[in-house]
Design a protein around this ligand. Structure first.
Ligand code: HEM
Length: 460
């Protein structure tokens, strides 16, 4: 293999170009369909609040930390999750915790949360480590410097982590492999961008989804139902492994004493798989790209992993540099770039009236690159997390996992997973940029690269 000269690290990691300040509604909808990040004007990186008026709905993007605090933490009940975004995901996710509101949502969280508590993460760790080791072994064959599309690799790893931690099966298992492939097809059809995402349709009106969306969703749900029913039988026989599925299926609601029915469990498994693997795959892909772009940080991560090892759960807390790299990745490329809530009653925000039913957009993407909050907002600098300024911003202007009672269920899980996988892979391999292959961030379900993320892998 001839040595390839490394390409020059970018001054700043790639950021989508913003659209002009004023465009027609139709142009906006067209841009929005292509990519919700480049469909936004540059002023959102400086504004505390911005209003968008359309004939169908009014929406307000809020970047003011005090307002975000009200919506997510102080009065979350007055700002339920918007049904608009859920429309596209409902065929797959049914009545999952990601889409519900009110009493139903509260009951679901009471049953799910104990499985993800900090103390229980340790129990999921051996399965995560097994997935990390399987990935390191799989990559051996590709670690010869040939350009490799890394998002495909990280999707595979993150899906493996979810199946191993949830159902104690590896991604090679027949059902796991089929769910993985069908999820990708579902997502590529962009169901989230169906008409109902823009226009409030009455409940009785039939929804139109891209071709194959419904049948694919039904197929995935049948596969998941098979896994769930088999697990129920194992629980009854006393032979179930002590993984997340068993924990959730044997936890009764502490208030009513009733647990999930099989159908409701299928809804939850679907969201764990989707929310849990898409997001981590996105973050890991960008993290590897950033480490290839900034080799001095990559060397520090590798050295730290060699010093502390990655085999013990306790070692993960000592991987401080790796954690700061992952945090900085989640700041620059938050996998969930925007979240939408709905004003349940009329509000006044920054002296402006916000009518009932307005869409309230919370944007980790804009907040975490806000020019009036962050120093050098578009630069990759993991050391900022150890400074007073960085720590202050972390409290008020950083929400890759959202915040408040509706915070991501898997936040703690994802931070262990991300740090472990990065450290475990970088102990073995070096990642390098491929000249002239700059990824282009776009947001569909999560923030991905339009043209993939191409890297070279070689043994360290
Ligand atoms: C880097 C990885 C991850 C990121 C950045 C992330 C981010 C988020 C965000 C921003 C939300 C809130 C969405 C909203 O309110 O509209 C969310 C919700 C959720 N996430 Fe994650 N997530 C990650 C990993 C995971 C994992 C590993 C799991 C489970 C295994 C998970 C399960 C969930 C669930 C069930 C919800 C819905 C919570 C609710 O609405 O009450 N996530 N996630």
């Amino acid at each position: 293999m001839t040595a390839v000269p490394p390409s020059t690290p970018p001054a700043k990691p790639p950021k989508p170009a913003a659209r002009p300040d004023s465009v027609s509604l139709w142009r906006y909808l067209k841009l929005f369909r292509q990519d919700i990040l480049s469909a936004q004007p540059a002023r959102l990186y400086r504004a505390w609040m911005a209003e968008f008026k359309t004939p169908f709905f009014r929406s307000f993007m809020i970047n003011d930390p005090d307002l975000i605090d009200i919506v997510l933490k102080k009065r979350p009940g007055d700002f339920p999750k918007s049904n608009r975004v859920g429309e596209g995901l409902r065929p797959l996710l049914g009545n999952s915790v990601f889409l519900t509101n009110g009493e139903t949502w509260e009951r679901q969280r009471r049953i799910i949360d104990p499985a993800f508590e900090g103390g229980r993460l340790k129990e999921s760790f051996p399965a995560m480590l097994a997935a990390a080791e399987a990935a390191a072994l799989r990559l051996k064959a590709s670690a010869d410097g040939t350009p490799l599309e890394i998002e495909t690799v990280t999707s595979h790893i993150a899906a493996d982590v979810i199946f191993r931690t949830l159902f104690s099966i590896p991604i090679e298992h027949r059902v796991a492999a089929e769910v993985f492939v069908r999820f990708r097809a579902y997502q590529q059809a962009q169901p989230i961008l169906n008409l109902a995402a823009f226009v409030p349709l009455p409940r009785w009106m039939p929804r139109i989804y891209p071709k194959g969306t419904r049948s694919n969703a039904a197929h995935i749900r049948r596969l998941i139902a098979g896994l769930t029913e088999a697990r129920l039988a194992e629980i009854d026989a006393g032979t179930a492994p002590p993984d997340l599925a068993t924990k959730i299926m044997t936890t009764p609601d502490p208030e009513t004493g009733v647990g999930f029915e099989t159908a409701e469990m299928v809804d939850q498994v679907a969201i764990f798989f989707l929310a849990g693997h898409e997001t981590s795959a996105s973050a890991l892909g960008w993290a590897l790209y950033l480490l290839a772009s900034y080799p001095e940080w990559q060397d520090r991560v590798a050295r730290e992993a060699l010093d502390h090892g990655t085999e013990a759960f306790s070692a993960i807390t000592r991987l401080r540099i790796t954690r700061d790299v992952y945090r900085e990745t989640l700041r620059l490329y938050p996998p969930v770039p925007m979240m939408v809530r709905e004003a349940g009653c009329p509000e006044t925000f920054r002296d402006r009236p916000v009518p009932r039913g307005s869409q309230i957009v919370l944007s980790p993407w804009h907040l975490q690159r806000h020019e009036r909050v962050w120093e050098r907002p578009d630069e990759f600098d993991p050391s900022r997390w150890q400074t007073d300024a960085g720590k202050a911003c972390a409290r008020t202007a950083y929400m890759p996992f959202s915040a408040g009672p509706r915070v991501c269920t898997g936040a703690g899980f994802a931070m262990v997973e991300g740090v472990l996988i990065l450290a475990h892979l970088l102990r073995r391999y070096r990642v390098e940029l491929v000249p002239n292959k700059v990824p282009q961030p776009v947001a569909h379900l999560t923030v991905r690269s339009k043209n993939g993320i191409w890297l070279r892998l070689t043994p360290r």
